[in-house]
Every structure is written in structure tokens, then in C-alpha cells.
Design a protein around this ligand. Sequence first.
Ligand SMILES: Cc1cc2nc3c(=O)[nH]c(=O)nc-3n(C[C@H](O)[C@H](O)[C@H](O)COP(=O)(O)O)c2cc1C
Length: 183
Amino acid sequence: MTDGKDFLELIISRQSDRKYSDRHIEKEKLDRIIEAGRMAPSACNAQPWKFIIVDDPELVLKVADAASAKLIGMNSFVAQAPVIIVIVREKSNMSSKVGATIKNKDYSLFDIGIATENICLQSKAEGIGSCIIGWFDEKIIRKLLEIPRSKRVELLITLGYSLSEQREKRRKPAEEKVSYNKY
Ligand SMILES: Cc1cc2nc3c(=O)[nH]c(=O)nc-3n(C[C@H](O)[C@H](O)[C@H](O)COP(=O)(O)O)c2cc1C
């Protein structure tokens, strides 16, 4: 079992890495990274996701193009990633849907967020950098990867051996974000 302090260290050291070398990601590492996503908890165990692994270099460039906003230079780094994981939202099961209606909450987005962080943490543990990408042209990605029109593409995750420097974490103070026993 992982030591608590080491695990927190892993969480703190995970960062959005936006510069990658062209080093290939080993298959067994990639398999464990995907497995970490697949093992994520989800409301009523609905597992409302499908992970599409894009590792074909030509396709990576096309997906990267759909994620980059050239005018503002946003996400241009995506093209350096040897692997992009595309997360498609799948239908929830009946109990999750009923819960969502009664409680007015779309649990499937939480589920996808949790799976995403599992993937990023496992990547970090494997020595591989990652960045979650929420800004992209969904229509183009759907077309590129033959994703049915009825499905939402929620997030991309870039993976690659990082060339980014380790940054200090910038987070709002705990006093602002945490309280005990009242708001
Ligand atoms: C849902 C979501 C969407 C994000 N989309 C992008 C994105 O499109 N491009 C990008 O460079 N970073 C993106 N990020 C990364 C955030 O900017 C980053 O997590 C945040 O600034 C905190 O920095 P850290 O991840 O290095 O701790 C996204 C993160 C999340 C959780």
C-alpha cells in the first residue's frame, strides 16, 4: 500500500505538462494508465466513459489541430504529445439516471472527472507528463475518430515524457477553501 505522505507528494507533483519529448510511451505503462481510468469510481458504477487512445502520429496531429486555438496560441503544444486520450461520455445506467433526475445533478461529468484525474496521477507515477484539455473542436474530433454524433467528447488528455520544469503549485489558501463544521 502506498504511504500517505508519498501519495500526497504524487498529487502535488502532478502538473499540467505542456512540453514533451518524442520518446515513445511503453505499452505496459500506457496499459496501466488506461487501467487507472477504467478502475475509477462512478455513480451507481455506471462507468459512463469510453477512452479512445490516439497514438497514430498523423491522427495525433489532426486531433491536436482541432484542439489548438491558433490566434491565441492556446494548446499548440498538443501536437508534441505522442499519445492523446480522448474521453467520450457514454450513457449512464438507469439507477444513475434516476438519481440524476431526482437530485438534479449530472453524475456522469463527475465520473469522467474522476477517471481523468486517475489517469493523470497514474501517468505521473509512471514518470509520464499529462495535461487535461477541455478546449477543442468537438465536431472535428468526432468526425476524425468516427464517434457517433449523439455522443459528447468531454475531455482530451495529452501524455508524453515531459520536458517541462517542475513548478510550484499555485492554489488558493486552505482558509479560503476549507472549513470545519460550518460554511
Ligand atoms: C477540465 C479541465 C480543462 C482544462 N483544459 C485545458 C486546456 O484546454 N489547455 C490547457 O493548456 N490546460 C487545460 N487544463 C489545465 C489547467 O489549466 C490546470 O490544471 C490548472 O491551471 C492547474 O495547474 P496544474 O494542473 O499544473 O496544477 C484544464 C484542466 C481541467 C481540469
